[in-house]
Structure formats: structure tokens, C-alpha cells
Design a protein around this ligand. Structure first.
Ligand SMILES: *Cc1c(COP(=O)(O)O)cnc(C)c1O
Length: 233
């Protein structure tokens, strides 16, 4: 199992490098976030042994259990929906939260982070495809949310996160990634104090190469590394 993970990781890294090369980008500008939701700690250990540094989890409680064993050998990123009553734990556990999609949540992160003397890195999640099943702020409301969040000193906005719909052909995801990149550029152009738009978290197992071609600085990849998700029994 461990060798599969190492092998899969090597392949994913090669594909990221090739996609970056096609776009004339430095592959060092793309952070691989290994998505370990529903995967056992043994798989995380295998990924760490194969050089993974950043772990993506979508549930606070699950991440907290794994953190007991893995600790700070990985950098923990929250990629899933966050409820305000879980913010307290999320703020001490995670280095970055990719899924901030409402002011109420940002205010709670700010409050909890300042209590710990932290400046938590966050991304604003945008529902780029307007899918009812997905979280994220509507694209047209994203600039106003960023402006409202900007003064909150317990957090640091670093960019945007988005997901393309699940499509048969990854090429069809391209317009969604492009839209997220343009939105980041538009917000950047407003020169809002304290706001950075340097990170674009986009691209998953089925479409990360297109995302890298379109400027992703973080790709969130689960099944291409770990195989089909199992229960973390
Ligand atoms: C599960 C998940 C991923 C990884 O998906 P794969 O298709 O397994 O690569 C990425 N981002 C988010 C937000 C997820 O929930």
C-alpha cells in the first residue's frame, strides 16, 4: 500500500511538472495538498515518507484525531465546509483554511485567532459554477466579502479557492478555473489594504492538470494519490 502511494505521488508530481511546463510556469509555484479525508493514519505516514508536507482534511473532528498521531510533521489545511462552532479547534489545528465563504465565519475565525495571537491564512471559497450542492460565495459577491474581511487582523486573506463541476472531460473545467483566476485578478486590482491574491486553490484528481495550466498555486488531490476513499475505521 505504501509503495502504491509513493508511486502514485511520483506520477502526480510528474503530471504537475508537465502541466506547469506547458504553461511556462515554475512547478515550484504549485503546492500539492494531499487530501487524506477518510484515509487512515498509515496512509498519511506513507505520504509523509514520500515527501508530502501539506495535508488537506475536510472535517475538523477527523483532522483532530489524526493530528494526535501526526502532529506538526505535516502542515494541516482545512478544505471542507466549516461550521462556526468548530472554529475554535480549527484555528489551533490548521495553518490555512481554504473554505471561508461568509462574513460571520470570518469574524469568528478572527476572534478565535486573535485570542491565540495568530494570523490565520485563509482563502475565500467561491462557488464558481453556481452549483446549489456546493458551498462558496457567489462570484459576484466575492469582492464585497473580501473587502468586508480585509480589516480582520486575526486572519490573512491569501487568495481564492474553487471547484469545477464534475465533468467527463477535464478540459471542460477550464472556463471555471479561468473565471476564478480572473476574479482574483479583479480583486487584486482593487488594492484592498492587507489583502493578498497570490494563491489559487483549484484542481482535484480529475482536473488538476488543467487547473495548473490556468494558474493554480495549490492543487488538492486525494484519489489520484490514495485510491478510492475508504472509511477511516
Ligand atoms: C475530497 C476533496 C478533494 C480531493 O478530491 P479527489 O477527487 O479525491 O482528488 C479536493 N477538494 C475538496 C474540497 C475535497 O472535498
Amino acid at each position: 500500500m505504501g509503495t502504491d502511494i509513493a508511486q502514485n505521488l511520483a506520477e502526480v508530481r510528474e503530471r504537475i511538472e508537465a502541466a506547469a511546463a506547458r504553461a511556462g510556469r515554475d512547478p515550484a509555484g504549485v503546492t500539492l495538498v494531499a487530501v487524506t479525508k477518510n484515509m487512515p493514519v498509515a496512509d498519511i505516514e506513507a505520504a509523509l515518507a514520500a515527501g508530502v508536507r501539506v495535508i488537506g482534511e475536510n472535517r475538523v473532528q477527523e483532522a483532530r484525531e489524526k493530528y494526535q498521531e501526526i502532529g506538526n510533521r505535516a502542515e494541516w489545511h482545512l478544505i471542507g465546509h466549516l461550521q462556526t462552532n468548530k472554529v475554535r479547534t480549527a484555528v489551533w489545528l490548521f495553518t490555512m483554511i481554504h473554505s471561508v465563504d461568509r462574513l460571520e465565519l470570518a469574524i469568528e475565525i478572527d476572534r478565535r485567532a486573535r485570542a491565540l495571537g495568530k494570523h490565520l491564512d485563509v482563502l475565500v471559497e467561491v462557488n464558481i459554477a453556481g452549483e446549489a450542492s456546493k458551498f462558496g460565495v457567489a462570484p459576484e459577491e466575492a469582492p464585497a466579502l473580501v473587502r468586508a474581511m480585509a480589516p480582520l487582523e486575526g486572519l490573512q486573506i491569501r487568495g481564492l479557492m474553487g471547484m469545477a463541476p464534475l465533468l467527463d472531460d477535464p478540459e471542460e473545467a477550464r472556463p471555471y478555473f479561468r473565471r476564478l483566476r480572473r476574479l482574483a485578478q479583479e480583486i487584486q486590482a482593487e488594492n484592498i489594504p492587507r489583502v493578498m491574491m497570490e494563491d489559487l486553490s483549484m484542481g482535484m484528481s480529475n482536473d488538476f492538470e488543467v487547473a495548473v495550466e490556468e494558474g493554480a498555486t495549490m492543487v488538492r488531490i486525494g484519489t489520484a494519490i490514495f485510491g478510492a476513499r475508504r472509511r477511516n475505521a
